[in-house]
Write a protein that binds this ligand. Structure first.
Ligand SMILES: [Zn+2]
Length: 200
């Protein structure tokens, strides 16, 4: 027998990405049986409400302020990544110290992720900034990544900025978020410029 209030919590937990019904059930019952975890969730919720996503770069900013730490970082080179996990892994390796642009995924019609759902327009705006000399596209080799690159190059058009991408040869199964320090450093140092209107 399941209380309707518990059922409702399980339904909410199922909205978390990658959680099956059984995993959601297990999560809810273990959370309910530990007050310390409930307090952690309360605190998390309060802190999360104070943040919003920066509409210029995809990072997080304080709700009360429009100052973005990432946008304010030196922007002569911007590293464009699909996800937060990719950015965090590159940061961990220390291979890049400039500003990031978090697209919010890669184009994938099967998962309902279309170009307009990604922060491509905002990237174009950032590329128009005269301080920005290079956009480094940190993408692995995959069909979805190629499609996304195509949309980005198209959107950049003839803006006077160098567009380069991670060196080829990173296996399609190897996501940026799991790459080790040596592979990330190599991908940066051997990055290749991509021809777009201004460079052709
Ligand atoms: Zn920002």
């Amino acid at each position: 027998m399941t209380l309707s209030a518990v059922k409702s919590l399980i339904e909410q937990a199922k909205k978390l990405p990658g959680l099956t019904h059984r995993q959601a059930e297990k999560l809810v019952y273990s959370l309910l049986s530990d007050n310390k975890i409930i307090n952690i969730i309360d605190n998390f919720s309060e802190s999360a409400k104070k943040l919003k996503q920066c509409n210029r770069c995809g990072w997080f900013v304080d709700q009360a302020s429009s100052d973005c730490e990432n946008c304010g970082t030196k922007t002569d080179a911007i590293c464009v990544v699909p996800t937060f996990s990719d950015m965090l892994n590159i940061q961990r390796t220390g291979a890049f110290s400039g500003s990031y642009h978090i697209l919010g995924g890669v184009v994938s019609p099967l998962e309902d992720i279309l170009p307009e759902n990604l922060l491509i327009k905002a990237l174009v705006t950032r590329a128009q900034d005269t301080a920005t000399k290079e956009l480094i596209l940190a993408f692995p080799d995959s069909i979805e990544a190629e499609a996304t690159l195509h949309y980005i190059i198209d959107a950049i058009g003839n803006i006077n900025v160098i567009v380069s991408r991670f060196s080829r040869g990173i296996p399609s199964s190897s996501k940026i978020e799991y790459m080790d320090k040596r592979t990330v450093s190599l991908a940066f140092s051997e990055r290749k410029p991509i021809n777009h209107s201004i460079q052709s």
